[in-house]
Design a protein around this ligand. Sequence first.
Ligand code: SF4
Length: 187
Amino acid sequence: MLESLDAYRLAKFLRETDSTIKMVDDMLLKYATPIPLTESGFPIYVLKTQGEDDACILLRDSGCAAYVARPRTCRLYPVSVGPGEYGQDFSYGLCREKPHHFVGNTVRTKDWLHDNFKREDQEFVIAEYEAVTKIGQLMRTIDERNKTNAIVAILFARYYDFDLDASFMPQYRNNMQKLMEVLSTMT
Ligand code: SF4
């Protein structure tokens, strides 16, 4: 799954190594595909896959072609982050589906999160939980005739409307505010 911050970082990284990538739009066209996440049609992007085993499009024989800019899900694996309960900002999960991944040196979860879940990610995830909840609520009230326009507006605000030479979070907050205003007119 690619979230807004993942897409921004990947595009920023890949434009240095791939001359066809100039902006987020180019990266999404080449490496990602949109899918509806919920029944109401909430759209997200996921990385494309390749080959018989549906491997990630960024996987090479030598490893991940965008390792330093890999999505948060990849960086945190096998730990996942969710909305916090009881006044906590986050809750954490541990994926045990692939026991063969748990070999090698012992890594403390605290150190893993310290290295892979930095302040910008934390700020983004908190803002994202808030935004996605509101978007989800608005999506359920949007007139059927406006659904396609709403999906386009959501994709534009969450993925496309970013200047790679400007900081991510101020743009994200501004985009989410504008998006809520637009969606409110479609109910
Ligand atoms: S870490 Fe693996 S799954 Fe994640 S982007 Fe890189 S190749 Fe793809």
